[in-house]
Design a protein around this ligand. Structure first.
Ligand code: ADP
Ligand code: MG
Length: 700
């Protein structure tokens, strides 16, 4: 039976059931088609052979052609000495000893490929790949000079699926099935984007004819991957925007206008633009699904308030859910202030709301007398029933699970979902946002309120503690307030608490009462205790607030001008940036002091130095992503980033991603259903499973 692209991988000559199971489990390769889409992650230039004498032990991979001069086999390992006339080198093997010893006979010459190292003062190579010498290496010519290297695992190697075997399997798969591969892109797409055909690309990605062909193959495959992904996301967005009915809210309303006129400041251009975008959505009669991004302090709360008032002005209710009690309370206090000129009733519902009050709030929600409800997770409990929820806003959306958020959307009565606005201060790099939230609308507040002073960031070691204390006393003498934040270091809450307590005691010792007052906030306090201490600090009754990262999210104390972050190396870059955003909100010159330990890794130093250099959240996020990779980026773990990119990289191929997205938009603008004959290949691609399980990016 001839193998096809859909044939189980076990039917590829050289595989069989055992290896097939491994390929499936280790690499996710189930069919021959899958195998062809498993691309090399690097290439070796087999055409360069180095002299042993020229090899530096730091070199990545090298290839030498040398003759075996000595073989020493012990039960534990095999040591082989080789010589290429320029110098000698040791080879060490720990596995396949007998087999290798038989092959590497004294006096015979081979091509060895591997990573050199220095061992006991001489050059050594552990488990090099062994090939026949160049002149009579028959496969060498057929393959071309660049050889693909594939991801491997210990299990695969143990089962004999070495790099060479992978190359052979790939060659067989191409021989048997390349002719069946159907072009996934229409001709015009290839022509307009300068792409080579898929078959050419697949052959050259595995066995490049030369470096230029490899480049063309890579470009084609990356573009294809990003383009099809964007096409699927944009298509979903298009389908949804046509099909999901939403509440039409045509008016701005009196409450909005009253609140707007009484604002203590004028909105920034970015805030105005974003409110216009939101208004247009809410008016449209289609359901809004919008992500609002804005750096810490960019003024998202005001946008939330005005959006909520649009809902209220049209006879609907709105709710704002925040991740912590402290933040919910602060929102409530601020919003109440903004709404003073209106007659809109605002409620606050959190886990610590007393039962009697809770009943009253529930009743107010049910009969519609409460227009805007602020709260924590308590909002999603089943007992909370809205009269007519028209807009649900989630602050710091990445702090909530998908499930929690969607429970809020279901609070709407009837079949029509509420409009949804999720806000985040985690500056998601553009490339990532485009992919992660590709089917949502994204608004960005990219402008800070005026009068914001830059925050000076400095990095100090423990040795500077004395000077730091003096600096803090100095600032306090000028009427300023200071945050001191401790990281959650240990696994156990108890130890964290201990760590914080010790720090607190030290500070109370260094800043004794009178005249100094130190407040403390941490996760083990009751919400009343937390609130009491926060209030004391916010009202200026305490000079210093010692806390864990509970203050990271959203807390606003304009008079606080110094942020001291202890053990700063333990925090992630985004988290440090968020903490720093707590200061610089007033008119005073502000400081962020990063106190680091003595032993700090190079990576951490890089992060801390970067933070000292830039205040731009998006730059930081891009850099963070480059350093850590997108999967690790704060705010994306929960959303689970199941975007499986085989060849393109969100970090490295950002500009190609923009290109691919713009092009996908062009294609859909002309043919939204992909119904045109020429787009048939695209429609076929879009029907594949992988483009139809993208619930992760839905926020509603
Ligand atoms: P975030 O985007 O981090 O939630 P906030 O909404 O808490 O930011 O706003 C930060 C601070 O900036 C608040 O004190 C708020 O009153 C103030 N603010 C917001 N918008 C403006 C503006 N247009 N002009 C001046 N100050 C503003
Ligand atoms: Mg906020």
């Amino acid at each position: 039976m001839a193998a096809t692209l859909d044939s189980d991988i076990q039917f590829l000559p050289g595989v069989g059931p055992k290896r097939a199971a491994l390929l499936k489990n280790e690499l996710g390769v189930g069919t021959i088609g899958d195998l062809l889409r498993l691309y090399p992650f690097r290439y070796i230039d087999r055409s360069t052979v180095q002299r042993i004498a020229d090899i530096s032990p730091d070199a990545a991979y090298v290839q030498v052609q040398a003759t075996v001069t000595d073989v020493r086999l012990s039960p534990k390992n095999l040591k082989v000495t080789v010589d290429d006339g320029s110098a000698r080198m040791e080879l060490t093997f720990f596995k396949g000893l007998k087999y290798t010893a038989e092959r590497l006979q004294k006096g015979r010459t081979f091509l060895f490929f591997g990573k050199p190292s220095l061992f006991n003062g001489h050059l050594d190579m552990v488990h090099p790949e062994i090939d026949n010498p160049l002149p009579d290496n028959p496969s060498g010519e057929k393959r071309g000079v660049l050889t693909g290297v594939y991801t491997s695992t210990e299990r695969l190697k143990t089962a004999g699926i070495t790099g060479k075997v992978m190359n052979r399997l790939m060659a067989t798969a191409l021989d048997q099935c390349l002719g069946q591969v159907e072009e996934s892109l229409p001709d015009y797409v290839m022509r307009e984007n300068g792409l080579v055909p898929l078959r050419f690309a697949l052959r050259n990605i595995h066995f490049p004819q030369d470096a230029a062909c490899l480049k063309k193959a890579e470009y084609r495959l990356k573009f294809e991957e990003l383009f099809l992904l964007q096409l699927s996301l944009l298509k979903q967005k298009y389908v949804r925007s046509r099909s999901t009915v939403g509440f039409a809210m045509p008016k701005v309303g009196e409450a909005f206008n009253k609140c707007y006129e009484a604002l203590p400041y004028s909105l920034t251009g970015a805030q105005k633009r974003v409110i216009r975008e939101i208004r247009a959505d809410m008016m449209s009669g289609r359901q809004m699904n919008r992500l609002l991004q804005g750096d810490v302090g960019s003024g998202k709360t005001m946008v939330a308030v005005l959006s909520a008032l649009i809902a209220v002005g049209n006879g609907f209710q709105a709710c704002i859910m925040a991740p912590t009690e402290v933040l919910a309370q602060q929102h409530f206090a601020n919003i109440s202030k903004y709404l003073a000129p209106t007659s809109v009733r605002v409620g606050l519902l959190t886990g610590s709301t007393p039962a009697a009050q809770r009943r009253e709030l529930h009743a107010g929600l049910r009969d519609g007398s409460i227009g805007i409800m602020v709260g924590t997770h308590a909002l999603i409990e089943d007992t909370v029933v809205f009269h007519n929820l028209g807009l649900a806003i989630v602050d710091e959306q990445h702090r909530f699970g998908v499930d929690q958020r969607s429970r809020l959307w279901r609070k709407s009565r009837g079949d029509v979902p509420p409009h949804v606005l999720v806000m985040t201060a985690t500056p998601i790099p553009r490339t990532l946002a485009m992919t992660l939230y590709g089917d949502l609308d994204v608004s960005v507040i990219d402008e800070m309120p005026p009068g914001r002073k830059p925050v000076r960031t400095i990095l100090v070691t423990e040795g500077k503690r004395h000077a730091l204390n003096k600096f803090m006393r100095d600032q306090i003498a000028r009427g300023r307030q200071v945050f001191v934040v401790y990281p959650l270091i240990f696994e156990s809450e108890k130890l964290d608490y201990q760590n914080l307590q010790n720090g607190y005691e030290q500070i109370v010792h260094d800043f004794p009462f009178p005249p100094y007052k130190v407040a403390i906030v941490h996760g083990q306090q009751t919400s009343q205790e937390k609130q009491f201490n926060m209030d004391a600090f916010a009202a200026g009754r305490a000079n210093i607030l010692v806390s864990t990262t509970v203050i990271e999210v959203g807390v606003d104390v304009p008079n606080a001008s110094v942020m001291v972050i202890e053990s700063a190396e333990r925090f992630g870059l985004s988290q440090l940036h968020q903490l720093r955003g707590r200061v610089g909100r007033g008119s005073a010159e502000s400081w962020c002091v990063l106190v680091r330990g003595d032993k700090v890794s190079r990576e951490s130093m890089k992060r801390l130095n970067l933070l000292c250099r830039t205040e731009d959240g998006f730059t930081l996020a891009e850099e963070d992503m480059k350093m850590r990779g997108p999967g690790d980026l704060e705010g994306t773990q929960q959303s689970g980033l199941p975007i499986e990119l085989h060849i393109a990289s969100l970090t490295r191929d950002g500009s190609m991603l923009s290109l691919a997205r713009d092009y996908a938009e062009t294609v859909l603008a002309r043919d939204p259903e992909l119904a045109l004959e020429e787009n048939a290949p695209l429609l076929r691609e879009m029907r594949k499973d992988k483009y139809n399980h993208r619930n992760y990016s839905k926020i509603s």
